[in-house]
Write a protein that binds this ligand. Structure first.
Ligand SMILES: NC(=O)c1ccc[n+]([C@@H]2O[C@H](COP(=O)([O-])OP(=O)(O)OC[C@H]3O[C@@H](n4cnc5c(N)ncnc54)[C@H](O)[C@@H]3O)[C@@H](O)[C@H]2O)c1
Ligand SMILES: [Zn+2]
Length: 367
């Protein structure tokens, strides 16, 4: 079974990623050493699909130590963290408790921040059940919640002690959620791995069908890329910025549409188009390579409509991006497949022109 070791400031941890990895959950949790109890944090939705399997596989999982919370993006807030901390306290969780987060990125971020804060930090095990969570959010130690003022504005770098990514759990994921994770996978190929990119070009159809062999090739490969990047830059002071490829525009698009029109990955799909067009317009990437990126993104299927974007609002949001420095946006742009340049500043005129080009792609996709 592929096991990936990730170094971190809190100590190295292992990611068990395979079909059937849940069978390793009990030994992974026991391997953490002395514990006074396993406390599961999950959502009613995820638990309905996977609760029974997990309870069967992990001896320490008990109903009175399992807390289910709403994992919609609107409940990813401090109120939910408080509820969970109180539930843990009432259930007698002490410093030597282990929190097991079972779910997608929302569960992982909320439960992770709860684990980071409760009693100033208790051990955390991530069991990601979405494609996004398996290739991205469960690895790297970022946890947090939203404020009414913006997404992920309160949080902590708090690496887990183990991650158990079982591809089988993806079988129950709604197809739209699954598909939106494929854009994040394309991102990894585009920023760091030309071979992964070629694999995606050849195997998008089996991947869209959740083919086990294709997933088993792709998911560990993405986790390894993320591991390599965060090992070099755990707290996002430099290299980790490359993971933001497609995200500058994608995040702004999510915000400008009130987080309703696009799933995160879908906004990143548009963001990948935007970054590629900007790379092309600034002659950073040859046209033949840019075309490959555009084709691969398109091969995942139609994205929700871009529609009319209010450019002025988008501009304001871009300038306020968490990663902007002093209002200057730092773009990550492609150089060739597998290589990007970070920290690029661009004139607004160019961005405005790219938005019109995106509108053309949008119109063409609808015939
Ligand atoms: N911490 C990080 O580094 C990081 C990275 C990327 C994204 N994120 C965060 O992750 C969140 C998005 O996460 P996501 O894309 O995993 O979606 P999600 O957590 O919102 O889950 C999507 C939906 O799928 C359901 N679901 C989850 N697993 C399922 C399964 N196996 N079967 C059936 N249904 C299942 C959930 O209940 C939910 O309705 C965002 O809040 C984002 O900010 C964090
Ligand atoms: Zn993302």
């Amino acid at each position: 079974m592929p096991t990936i070791r990730i170094p971190s400031s809190h100590g190295a941890y292992r990611v068990f990623c395979s079909r059937g990895a849940l069978a390793r959950a009990e030994s992974a949790i026991e391997g953490l050493g002395d514990s006074t109890g396993t406390f599961v944090l999950s959502s009613p939705n995820v638990w309905r699909h996977w609760g029974r399997t997990l309870a069967k596989r992990v001896r320490g999982v008990r109903a009175n130590r399992t807390f289910l919370f709403d994992d919609s993006e609107s409940a990813k807030n401090l109120a939910t963290v408080e509820l969970l901390c109180r539930a843990l306290s009432q259930a007698g969780a002490d410093r030597r408790a282990v929190i097991v987060a079972v779910g997608g990125g929302v569960v992982g971020d909320v439960a992770g921040f709860t684990a980071a804060s409760y009693l100033r930090g208790v051990r955390l095990v991530q069991v990601p059940t979405t494609l996004v969570a398996q290739v991205d959010s469960s690895v790297g130690g970022k946890t947090g919640v939203n404020l009414p003022e913006g997404k992920n504005l309160v949080g902590a770098f708090y690496p887990p002690r183990a991650v158990i990514a079982d591809f089988e759990t993806l079988a129950t994921l709604p197809h739209r959620e699954y598909r939106s994770g494929l854009y994040e996978i394309i991102k990894y190929g585009a920023i760091a791995d030309a071979e992964l990119f070629r694999f995606l070009e050849r195997h998008m159809l089996p991947l869209l069908r959740c083919d086990p062999a294709a997933l088993a090739w792709v998911i560990p490969r993405c986790i390894r890329i993320k591991a390599r990047v965060v090992a070099q830059d755990e707290r996002e002071s430099g290299l980790r910025e490359i993971l933001n490829f497609g995200h500058t525009f994608g995040h702004a698009l999510e915000a400008v549409t009130g987080y309703r029109r696009f799933l995160h990955g879908e906004a990143i799909g548009w963001g990948l188009y935007a970054a590629t067009l900007l790379g092309l317009a600034t002659t950073r990437i040859p046209e033949s390579e840019a075309t490959r990126v555009i084709r691969l993104v398109a091969s995942v299927g139609p994205l929700p409509r871009l529609g009319a974007i209010r450019a002025a609002q988008l501009r304001r949001i871009l300038a306020g991006d968490k990663k902007a420095r002093g209002g200057r946006v730092r773009w990550v742009l492609p150089r060739r497949i597998g290589k990007v340049q970070r920290g690029v500043e661009l004139p607004w005129k160019l961005i405005a022109r790219t938005i019109s080009e995106l509108a053309e792609i949008d119109a063409k996709a609808r015939g």
